[in-house]
Design a protein around this ligand. Structure first.
Ligand code: AMP
Length: 596
């Protein structure tokens, strides 16, 4: 029996990272990462001394780093196990002591949350850490008042966070791209035994290098456009650094990032503002050589484990920088399987450490539960399937197994000069042919500005925990936007139900299916007839939405809505386009007001 007889002693799990650290505890069958009093689960691995001589840890120390590097220490993990000492506000410290400052803070975050004192921890270290480095980590724990119950490898912890309840044998590739380090490990998990077969990596490669590429790009822009060298101002460089990281994170979910820093610095008495837009495509070209380097390391690790790509059963994504879509894409291309990232890549090592801690304490450990979408959501576009041109190429936007809530955007381009409208269809499914997936909804963005082909339209999908999918499409240039909300997007369809659903949704559009499907999905230059059919589709969708929203409207709005729904239905039946347009506008206004 694994059930604890008395309430077992709490052992916390700690991921003591180069850039960030986290603390987790296993409670009620779940690994939970503990947040601090500001609801932050991630503690930057920075320690410092503030203006008033007080010790600063985490965010506060990170914030002062660009201005007071002599009073701040970062990336101390790189020095663990060495005799090197670091200077902090004029005093010298061992790496163990600095790490202990971070560990003390994590211990106190756990104690505040649990309401009890905590004296034991499982701490993770990279698989390549030698004895001296592991010993130094133990010592750091002791200095912080923590008995280190176990030191475990980070890839082992990551594998545990996914596979704690696994039976049988599996080979897992753990791809860990953090802020400043990259590690890849091949792990074998067999019943309860997790073994690292081989590891490889680069101690100086990570998301910070991606930031640096953006920083260089911004500096070049300032030099060329404003004839100014921002490097002369430490403060300006700190702002550029922060803006670059923020843009990088935006580009993980959106096709463009706007970088704006007003009054960045002065040039000959004149203020210099920074305002640059960065496209994901251009950013990806900047970081591509880094990703290629990580893939070379993956192959070295595989060779070390005497395995091939085909032997790998799972790829696990660890480290914040694996949220970069290009990472997932390249791994998928290499391994012909989708990497798993459903356990938060920033938190899974700490979660795995807490699972190990629970095992040490004799608790019963089940698999870890996370909220993810089991489906892929996307749209259709002109493209190719197996080399054959098609109008219905499925373009995934939110991939299955993504943790929710999630927001993702993609950019699409109009195909024709002066294209007036875009027909947006939203599908759920995995088939490259959108027609074989389930059509969840559809809407038309009309009145686009007069632009040559290639006018960018940004589509944004937001899926919340209740399975409500909100879709919007926006003409980037003019800001014209349309959106719909799809309830129940996460309803689980059985195979046979899929057929029924496809037929049902298909029937909704039966009249116009032929004419509309014949036009390119993204490239509509329609005749009048097709336009009026679209207007009917739009009106029908609006009526449905209005009916759904009736219960939440005030009595006066409800009365107006009911009247407008009636008038709209009459206009649709009579084929009176002008009347339809008028009611659609009035009803849209009320719905817009209700939603905002
Ligand atoms: P870690 O050391 O695992 O905490 O990873 C930190 C790195 O992940 C930093 O370089 C972050 O800027 C980066 N990161 C965090 N979130 C994202 C994101 N959404 N997209 C890309 N990089 C991210």
């Amino acid at each position: 029996m694994n059930e604890p007889t008395t309430r077992s002693e709490t052992i916390i799990g700690i991921d003591l990272g180069t850039t960030n650290s986290e603390v987790a505890v296993f409670r009620d069958g779940r690994a939970v990462v503990i947040a601090d009093e500001n609801r932050r689960k991630i503690l930057p691995s920075f320690a410092g001394i503030g203006d008033d001589g007080a010790v600063l840890v985490g965010e506060a120390a990170k914030n002062q780093y660009p201005l007071y590097p002599e009073r701040t220490v970062r990336s101390i993990k790189r020095k663990m196990g060495s005799d090197e000492r670091v200077e902090l506000a004029g005093k010298s410290y061992t790496p163990q002591e600095i790490s202990a400052i971070i560990l003390r803070r994590l211990k106190s975050i756990a104690e505040q949350h649990l309401g009890e004192s905590v004296n034991k921890a499982v701490i993770t270290v990279p698989a390549y850490f030698n004895d001296a480095q592991r010993q130094a980590t133990r010592e750091a724990g002791r200095i912080a008042g923590l008995e280190v119950a176990r030191i475990i490898n980070e890839p082992t912890a990551a594998a545990l966070s996914y596979e704690a309840a696994h039976h049988g044998r599996k080979h897992i590739l753990v791809y860990d791209l953090g802020g400043g380090t990259f590690d890849v490990s091949v792990v074998r998990i067999e019943d309860e035994v997790v073994e690292v077969l081989a590891s490889h990596g680069n101690n100086h490669l990570g998301g910070d290098d991606f930031d640096q590429k953006i920083v260089d790009h911004l500096l070049r822009h300032l030099q060329e456009k404003e004839k100014v060298d921002a490097k002369v101002s430490r403060q300006a460089m700190a702002r550029i650094g922060r803006a670059a990281e923020a843009a990088k994170i935006t580009l993980s979910d959106q096709p463009f990032a706007m970088i704006e820093e007003e009054y960045l610095l002065e040039n000959q008495g004149r203020p210099v503002h920074l305002s640059v837009e960065l496209a994901r495509e251009d950013y990806e070209a900047m970081i591509e050589p880094y990703i290629r380097e990580t893939l070379e390391a993956v192959h070295i690790a595989l060779k070390g484990a005497e395995l091939t790509v085909a032997d790998i059963d799972e790829i696990l994504l660890v480290g914040g920088a694996t949220r970069t879509p290009l990472v997932e894409q390249r791994l998928e291309r290499e391994f012909k399987r989708q990497p798993r990232g459903e356990v938060d890549p920033d938190l899974c090592v700490a979660m795995g450490a807490s699972i190990q801690a629970a095992m040490v304490a004799g608790q019963d450990v089940a698999s870890v539960l996370v909220d993810i979408t089991p489906y892929t959501f996307g749209t259709s576009a002109v493209g190719e399937i197996d080399g054959v041109p098609t109008l219905h190429r499925f373009v995934p936007i939110i991939h299955k197994n993504t943790p929710i809530p999630v927001t993702k955007s993609e950019v699409f381009y109009t195909m024709l000069d002066h294209q007036k409208a875009v027909d947006v269809k939203i599908y759920q499914g995995e088939d490259p042919d959108a027609q074989h997936n389930v059509l969840l909804g559809r809407f038309l963005v009309e009145g686009l500005s007069k632009a040559p082909a290639g006018n960018p339209i940004v589509m944004r999908l937001f899926l919340d925990l209740d399975g409500v999918l909100n879709v919007s499409a926006k003409e980037k240039k003019a800001g014209l936007e349309k959106s719909i909300t799809i309830d129940n997007a996460l309803r689980r369809y059985a195979e046979e139900e899929l057929e029924v659903a496809r037929a049902r949704i298909g029937a909704l559009f039966e009249d116009e299916e032929e004419t509309i499907e014949a036009a390119p999905a993204e490239a509509l230059e329609e005749g009048e007839e097709a336009q009026s059919q679209h207007a009917v589709v739009q009106a029908r969708a609006l009526v449905e939405k209005a009916e759904r929203m009736l219960p939440e409207a005030t009595p006066e709005d409800r009365e107006d809505m009911v009247d407008l729904i009636e008038t709209l239905k009459d206009a649709m039946d009579a084929g009176d386009n002008a009347a339809m347009k008028k009611s659609v506008e009035a009803l849209s206004d009320i719905l817009y007001y209700l939603e905002s």
